[in-house]
Design a protein around this ligand. Sequence first.
Ligand code: NAP
Length: 314
Amino acid sequence: MFRAARLLKLRGPLSQSRILLPVPMPAFSMGRAMSHEPSESGFFKSHSRKEVVVVTGASSGIGNKVVERFAQEECYEVLAIARNKTALEKLAASNKRIIPISADLTDEHALKKISHHFNSGKKAKYVINCAASADPFSPLTTVSRSALRMNVELNVLAPIFLLQHLLPYFLADTRFLFLGSDYTDTKKTFHPNLAGTYAISKTALRTVVEYLRAETKHRPLIGYLNPGATLTPMYNSFIHKMAEQGESAQDWNPVDPDHVAIFIKSVLEHTSPQLYSETDWNFEDKQHRDKSGYDVSTSVQPEVKLSAVMIRNI
Ligand SMILES: NC(=O)c1ccc[n+]([C@@H]2O[C@H](COP(=O)([O-])OP(=O)(O)OC[C@H]3O[C@@H](n4cnc5c(N)ncnc54)[C@H](OP(=O)(O)O)[C@@H]3O)[C@@H](O)[C@H]2O)c1
């Protein structure tokens, strides 16, 4: 999740290095979906239909901003999934294209509830799995079996079964996106006594992605994206737990979750099928941002002095 200081310099949210020029729209831009169905007279007619975007982890952080970003466009209908009903209702009140679904993703019945939405013949265009937890922040020497199991249920198993439940409702070109973390590489990011459980589940998820890529035969197209340190409740939990252990996080530089949401949307909409599924997307990597067509100037929200916020949190 957190990067080395030398990398952070490239990622300062207010630095020029992150203000990217708009790039021409690549050939794979997905506009309003057009379906072609035979009319009664035997001729083909075209009509527009809303694309369904499924976002988990919609009540906070990155998922919340991804929902808002997709819902800004007329052509999308966004299923916003999380447990916190109040947060989802607030989100849905801001935009009629957002459909809140309160569901615990570790619960099989909840997954059925999500797939019910597609009974009317709708199809999912994008599925973005943002739901995850870093709890418990405990050493592996003392963590309880139930707490570790809960984490793996949510971070590893839930997206597998979400995919299984939604599979009948995928289009030929549906894209499913998994969110990764720097914790999959212990040489890069390593916090014993604190992040063992999260690192285990995120590393397992990385393997899930490889297997699904081989097994699904491109339906859905499987994507993997590491947002890097992003100012969200999960990030703040890490900061607090590290501070409790006397670790400094002064040189971390989290980005605005809205910028990550713009990147996610660009990767899903503007990359070729091959580029999408063969790249391990990393917001930290300028080349990746450029390749996706990421353009931070589309941000409608004011820049936040993230470093200041972070230091207050410590
Ligand atoms: N923030 C970072 O610095 C960072 C860095 C690298 C990777 N990531 C990854 O990015 C993704 C989003 O993280 P974030 O920072 O935005 O986290 P966050 O703000 O803590 O959001 C986590 C989301 O997961 C949902 N959730 C938790 N348990 C759930 C359950 N049992 N069923 C359904 N939903 C559940 C939460 O909603 P409810 O509590 O309402 O259910 C919440 O909406 C995660 O995959 C994370 O690993 C984050």
